[in-house]
Design a protein around this ligand. Structure first.
Ligand code: AIR
Length: 176
């Protein structure tokens, strides 16, 4: 009987999605606590996405293989989250002409200012759309990806519209 994989072994295999529309990548397992909000938001909108951990510095070859592979399988937009010297979204943008949204992680030493500036100061010609530091940025990267996909997909456009209507309804008139 095959041995049950340990959590560490499990992390070595990516759950490949057949036709992902969005590729979500993060530089470390430690980014998942923030980046899961991007995946969860896409899930709420019914948008198929593939999630992977690849580091621009620690696993560059593996990262490049994944970008090419996920694009071949249908990814139209990429979301890349990283912290500190956060080169990840820039490398993704260097490897694909598809829209790339960067999510700067909050960090202990500089509060995320390091991640933000590493991502946002891209040289002209290789654009990365950078969102807010932390959870809000991860949610908004998903919503912005959805808005891009909605331009050519009425089902996604309706899901985005519904998300906004539901969000408005959920804001209370007075604090509870
Ligand atoms: N990181 C990983 N490879 C390159 C970079 N910049 C980032 C991760 C994470 C931070 O370094 O995206 O936010 C710390 O990673 P770890 O694995 O030490 O927790």
């Amino acid at each position: 009987m095959a041995k049950k994989p340990t959590p560490k072994q499990k992390r070595k295999t990516i759950k490949k999605i057949k036709h992902p529309l969005v590729g979500i990548v993060m530089g470390s397992q430690s980014d998942w606590e923030t980046m899961r909000h991007a995946a969860e938001t896409l899930k709420k909108l019914g948008i198929p996405n593939e999630v992977a951990v690849h580091s621009a510095h620690r696993t560059p070859d593996r990262l490049i293989d994944w970008i090419k592979n996920v694009e071949e399988r249908g990814a139209q937009v990429f979301i890349a989250g990283a912290g500190m010297a956060a080169a990840l979204p820039g490398v993704v943008a260097a490897m694909t002409a598809k829209p790339v949204f960067g999510c700067p992680m909050e960090t202990r030493v500089m509060g995320g200012m390091d991640s933000l500036l590493s991502m946002v100061q891209m040289p002209g010609g290789i654009p990365v759309g950078v969102l807010a530091v932390g959870r809000a940025g991860a949610i908004n990267a998903a919503l912005l990806s959805a808005a891009v996909l909605a331009l050519g997909d009425t089902k996604i456009a309706k899901a985005v519209e519904k998300f906004r209507v539901d969000q408005t309804k959920a804001v209370p008139l007075t604090p509870e």
